[in-house]
Design a protein around this ligand. Structure first.
Ligand SMILES: [Zn+2]
Length: 265
C-alpha cells in the first residue's frame, strides 16, 4: 500500500475514534451509557442518522447545524475529531515499523483527549478513562517498543513498575503541594492518571510527564494570574496538562528520564 494511503487511513481511523471520544466526553460525566442510545442532537434529541454522523464531514456539510431543528452544534465536536485524526496520522508516521503499537497508542490518545476535555470542563477524571487506560497499558505492554525485551514477562513487569512509580510520584507531589500551598493542587483523579501514564511509558516516562505537565500548568496559571483573569483561589484542572505531556511522550518526543537520564530514542 502506498504510504500516503496508509497515513490517510490512520487519520480517518483517528477521526472515527475522535467521534467516539465525543461520546465519552459528553456521556461519562452524566453517568450515561456510552453504547446506548445512538447519537442524538443535544437540542432536539432527534437521533442522528449515519450520514449525518460522519466524522468531520457531516459537521462541515451541515454547516454546524442539526438537520432537523437547525440548532447550532458546537465546533468542539469536529475539533475533537480533528485533533484525534491528526494524532492518528502522526502516531502512524512515528510507529509504522510497529503497526500494532501505532494502533494501541492511538487508543491511548483517544482516551487522553477525552480525559483532557472532561477534566477541563468538570474538574473530574472518570475512573473508566484513567483505570481503563491503566489496564489497557498493562495488556499491550509486550507491544511497547520502549519495553522491548527478550523475555516475555519483563514488559509486564516494566509496565506494572511504571504504574506504581507514576502513582507514587503524583501522590507524593500532591501531598507536598497541599502542604506548601495549603490547598489541593492535584486530586485522586490525577494520581490515577499518572499511574496509567506510567503503565504506558514506564517510571521515567511518568516522571517526565509530571515534570512537563506541572511546568505547562504553571505557565498557564501564572499567565492568567498576570493578566488578571484568574484569582489565586480559583482552581485549575491539572489533567489537561498531564495529558499534553503524555501525548508528547507517546511520540517519544520527551527523552525518557528527562532531565535526569536523557537517552536517544
Ligand atoms: Zn436538533
Amino acid at each position: 500500500m502506498p504510504s500516503w494511503i496508509a497515513s490517510a487511513l490512520a487519520a480517518w481511523l483517528g477521526a472515527v475514534l475522535g467521534s467516539f471520544a465525543n461520546v465519552l466526553i459528553h456521556r461519562l460525566p452524566e453517568d450515561e451509557s456510552i453504547l446506548w442510545p445512538p447519537s442524538r442532537c443535544p437540542r432536539c434529541r432527534a437521533s442522528i442518522s449515519w450520514r449525518d454522523n460522519i466524522p468531520l464531514l457531516s459537521w462541515l456539510l451541515l454547516r454546524g447545524r442539526c438537520r432537523r431543528c437547525r440548532g447550532a452544534i458546537s465546533p468542539l465536536y469536529p475539533a475533537v475529531e480533528l485533533v484525534v485524526a491528526l494524532l492518528g496520522w502522526g502516531l502512524w508516521r512515528r510507529w509504522q515499523a510497529h503497526p500494532y503499537w501505532a494502533g494501541a497508542s492511538l487508543l491511548a490518545a483517544c482516551d487522553l483527549v477525552a480525559v483532557a476535555a472532561i477534566d477541563w470542563k468538570h474538574f473530574i477524571i472518570p475512573d473508566e478513562l484513567s483505570l481503563g487506560l491503566l489496564v489497557l497499558g498493562l495488556c499491550v505492554a509486550p507491544l511497547n517498543p520502549i519495553f522491548a525485551q527478550p523475555s516475555w514477562w519483563k514488559p509486564f513487569l516494566f509496565s506494572v513498575r511504571g504504574a506504581a512509580i507514576g502513582f507514587a510520584l503524583c501522590y507524593g507531589a500532591a501531598a507536598v503541594g497541599s502542604a506548601l500551598f495549603g490547598k489541593e493542587a492535584m486530586g485522586g483523579g490525577d494520581v490515577k492518571l499518572l499511574a496509567a501514564i506510567g503503565a504506558w511509558s514506564g517510571g521515567l516516562g511518568a516522571f517526565d510527564c509530571l515534570l512537563v505537565g506541572s511546568l505547562l500548568g504553571s505557565i498557564y496559571g501564572l499567565s492568567l494570574l498576570a493578566a488578571g483573569r484568574l484569582r489565586r483561589s480559583d482552581p485549575i484542572p491539572f489533567g489537561p496538562f498531564l495529558v499534553a505531556a503524555a501525548l508528547l511522550n507517546l511520540f517519544l518526543i520527551l527523552p525518557l528520564g528527562f532531565p535526569l537520564v536523557p537517552i536517544a530514542s
